[in-house]
Design a protein around this ligand. Sequence first.
Ligand code: TRP
Ligand code: ZN
Length: 871
Amino acid sequence: MRDAQPTAIQLTDYKEPAYEVVETHLRFELEEEFTLVTSTLKIRQLGESNELFLNGQELGLESISIDGRVLGEGEYTLGDESLMLTGLSAEHTLQVVTRIYPAKNTALEGLYRSGGMYCTQCEAEGFRRITYYPDRPDVMSVFTTEIIADAGQYPVLLSNGNPVSEEVIGGKRHVVWHDPHKKPAYLFALVAGDLLVTEDSFTTCGGREVALKIFVEPRNIDKTAYAMDALKRSMRWDEDVYGREYDLDIFMIVAVDDFNMGAMENKGLNIFNSSCVLANPATATDAAYQRIEAIVAHEYFHNWSGNRVTCRDWFQLSLKEGFTVFRDACFSADMNSATVKRVEDAGILRTVQFAEDAGPMAHPVQPDSYIEISNFYTVTIYEKGAEVVGMYHKILGAEGFRKGTDLYFDRHDGQAVTINEFVQAMEDANGVDFTQFRRWYKQAGTPVVDVLTSYDSGAGRLTLTLRQHTPDTPGQTDKQPLWIPVQLGLIGKDGSPLTVTPDQEEFWTESSQVLHFREAEQTFTFSGLEQEPAVSLFRDFSAPVRVNYQQSRETLRFLLRHDSDGFNRWDAGQRLMLTWIDDAREGRFELSDDDINVYRELLNDTDLDPAMVAYLLALPSESYIAEFSGEIDPLAIHSAREEVSGALASALRDDIVACYQRLNIAREYEPDPAHMAQRSLKNLALSYWSRTGDDGLAAAQQQYQKADNMTDQMAALRALVNSGDRMRAQSALDDFYERWQSDPLVVNQWLSVQAGSAEMATIEHINDLLAHPAFDWRNPNKVRSVIGAFANQALSRFHSADGEGYRLLADAVIRLNESNPQIASRLLAPLTRWKRLVPSQSQLMKAELQRIMQQGNLSKDVFEVVSKSLA
Ligand code: TRP
Ligand code: ZN
């Protein structure tokens, strides 16, 4: 907690470190009440300065010595969060002993207790809560870790690298780990606990055998198989697709219940939020399986994109996160349906990321300042950053892209670098000038592309005019044109693809069908067309932009039927549905026969991937609709969407029932793409059917009772909860809790299905959930399951006219500000959007932000978000 106004860190203030840490030796003595940390550093001067600056936070300093001589109080300067030593010479051994209190650590940064175990989270700046250290990613060191703990209570003691020794002396277990790879402190990890392990092995392309181990608390030992399978597939994929081999003899994953984020890529010892690694068919949904596959891959891929080549400073965060998200997205696309993955990712961009870009926290993929770095683990850094990497792939093609990454990894192995080095490698490997493209990293905000087309039937020529501008964002005006890859297709009247080559060939890449749109306004012509084509733009979501292109409903239905690009088929359908929602808001919605027919065809098209059909038939979510609205009116959005949904369900009722019955066959649960696709369409059909009357609800009840897997059980429960039939909903919820109360990951799903439901999530009900014995404010997953689900999903409840939803969220933020600032700050996101809401709501939201601002002792995390929101 702070006294003075926190200050912003600027990218332009970057200075190289004065000392390097050649070797880091850490000794942890884990006692019941506290932990003693002895850090022994071999330091060496790098430049002119002989000031050694060490970060430290909430540490009890026991002693400092240099080359074996204990320093007196006048021989160092102890700041609030720092330790300074001056007048040193070139090389020394520095030893610092600190006392820390992991059991009291509720922020879950540094060393803390989760359940009966100890674990660490050091990214971004958690290591400074363990010992005094130059806690910055450009200081890379070789770590040796010694852990001493009660042998009975903590039979498993882990750290990075390879095990060196283990012995038990007088009831204490002593272990030593050594990591031969230089790394920044943020990749350090330690785990101690009474854990069980699942073991397997992987033989690398170079023929080395790697031991794979997943450690869990004993009750979870039946939930490790899928993560292990995903890990082996990830290791093989990184060899095949990027030529990257694993580099230690052991790779470990540990599951912990209390964790601020999804998972962490610590060298050789990944630590996971248990919700992102544990699964079995009875307890985890298909969505959870897919999340596990993606996150296991993500953390594994960091071994190269993040660990071997790391970031110079935290302004470069997207260097590792954007790139690694791109890598895990391609992996998931290869393992499942590429189109479905693209639809899901575009959905996240268009809702969460576009909203961030349009709000007070908007920042570029490479920010230029921050108050608290934890606030910058955002969808912009991760997901927009991944889209930016993906655009190199679009522009250069797969081969050129691979040349670029090969050069990047080879040139910078063992270094801490900047985003610029990544771009430079892409340029050098391909002989392409990306000067203009670099603007994607510096300019915040979502570019808007306006499209005009006209067809000259006499000349057989299509004219396409594109205009781009990027709106102002806080602190940024007058943005320059970006290099936007526009993947393009033209479709003939009979639905078949036409060959496309613009007359301006210098702006066209044939192999990837990409048009290079680089000016504020650019006109392209396509000659020699015998008929007016339908235009399919931004195929495969080729750039993270908003597009304004008026196409008739007839054209949208045509694209929905015929576009060979699956992503644009879906996109055309969503655009069509958004026109229905608009009509409903104006009180003049009616489904036309043409609309009904196209959706009926899709529902019955058994050649299509059922997962894709499910996406094609799903209405845009309320937050998606909100992002496509001017002023946001959540209640109007909710009722319009309900009306459309009900109309579609009754118009297609017979086909929906038939689809459900066709797919509702008893099969053994498999978490593979074909089975998951079948379940997703079946459960979409159930969600529509259950809106049409009693037989649909009876079907949901029956599925709930019969289900042998959580996907089907949860889908049925959700249908019942959202049906508005209180009796049926409550009896299923009671039954569910009764059955699953001893499994916290399942109970979290039970919490969030209620908290995120427009039908159930009244303030009274949310308060009941918060008071429920299953709830725990110290566990981030539980907080997300109730408060997060409520504020991000049950929009019509959260935005209730009396402002009670806002009050509840602000109270939660105030409460968590002290115990867990990272979680408090992340929960705030929905309130930061206040300027976009209708005025009555907007004022209520602002008042809650002001109330938070008036609290004393705001953490840097919460202070930054609230103060920027009110600015
Ligand atoms: N690097 C982690 C990732 O894979 C992010 C992360 C995990 C994190 N835990 C964190 C970031 C805690 C900040 C704080 O994306
Ligand atoms: Zn990551």
